[in-house]
Ligand binder design. Structure first.
Ligand code: ZN
Ligand code: ZN
Length: 159
């Protein structure tokens, strides 16, 4: 990240911390993530990288949606999509505020829809890889207990 971009991002993160005091932000984590620790939502900020501010908004989105762990993998796709939607909403609220608040517009990140869609693709790829049967390649289904079942291989087992 360039110095100017870095300074802008730092100011924006500082602003988020002020506006969301109920959420804890932890710096310098290995990767961006979100956890509910007891009743306290914690957002972990990863290493410097492009779209740092958007990734922060995404984790904040999880916190604002009060997301918990997913039980079945397909739920994760919904959760990730909801967190990005919330990130977009938060950013557009700031855009509205920036119309009357001097200086705010200069620290707001640009929404990068391609970046977000790439992220969504990686979750979909992850789901695809997880659900693929390693024996026969068929797409398996997951039951509420989190276990995957292959309609082909399990049918043969039962026969
Ligand atoms: Zn996420
Ligand atoms: Zn199979």
């Amino acid at each position: 990240m360039e110095d100017e971009e870095l300074a802008k991002t730092e100011k924006f993160i500082k602003r988020l911390k002020t506006d969301y005091p109920e959420i804890k932000f932890r710096n310098k984590a290995k990767r961006f993530s979100y956890q509910l620790r007891g009743a306290v939502p914690v957002v972990f900020l990863g290493e410097p990288q492009p779209n740092f501010a958007l990734l922060t908004l995404h984790e904040l989105g999880h916190a604002l949606c009060k997301h918990k762990d997913y039980k079945v993998d397909v739920e994760r796709i919904k959760i990730e999509s909801a967190a990005w939607e919330m990130a977009k909403t938060v950013l557009s609220e700031y855009r509205k505020k920036a119309q009357t608040e001097t200086g705010l517009a200069t620290i707001l990140p640009e929404w990068d829809e391609d970046f977000v869609q790439d992220k969504m693709d990686t979750y979909r790829d992850w789901l695809h890889a997880r659900s693929r049967c390693k024996k026969c390649g068929l797409t398996r289904y997951q039951t509420d207990d989190g276990k995957y079942h292959c309609p082909r291989c399990e049918a043969f087992t039962l026969a």
